[in-house]
Design a protein. Sequence first.
Length: 228
Amino acid sequence: MSSKKTILLVEDEENLHEALKLNLELEGYEITSAFDGTQALKAIQTEYFDLIILDVMLPGIDGISIAETIRVQNNDVPILILSAKNASADRVLGLKKGADDYLTKPFNLEELLLRIHKLIEKNKKMQEKDSFGDVYSFGRNTIDFKAQEATTKDGERIQLSKKEAMLLKLLIENRNEVVTREKILQAVWGYNVYPTTRTIDNFVLNFRKYFEEDSRHPKYFHSVRGGL
């Protein structure tokens, strides 16, 4: 397995994109390219990245909306925004919507590389400190997020779908809080790709069947009006 740090580079200006890609690869980073918002969100849904470099002015979905969507999905990947917009209001908006750093164009390459290194290192330390790990247990149940497997209340090992694992992770990270349907739909199904809310009900019914001693009187998975 590659030990290289992975970066998603989201920039639609081809010359700048290629120049950045080349320089980052020379620094030892592994680069995945995206040239518009849709490509970026698809890559984020399917791959793990150590950092995202995000242009604001993109075809389709803009960089600010992408940053916001990433954060709604409880993804803490560091985001460095590159933007030609240099007004303080633009910088504040970018940081408010989830960016960790904001660098205006034109920029100094050495400064960019330094900021990238610091963001990746900071995130690595935070993960080591805060993560509840790949395995989570409650009652007689255990969930292995890495293997996408669970051991139910009856000791049965079951395979979880990707969406089941994502929804369980979201609910566990927000345990003892009400998680709205809107947040679930955006976090698990992604930007503007919403199934019916009945789909969520079916997932919760399955979780009760797997993990609750009495599915009609749930201890862990409660539904409330207006959320879960």
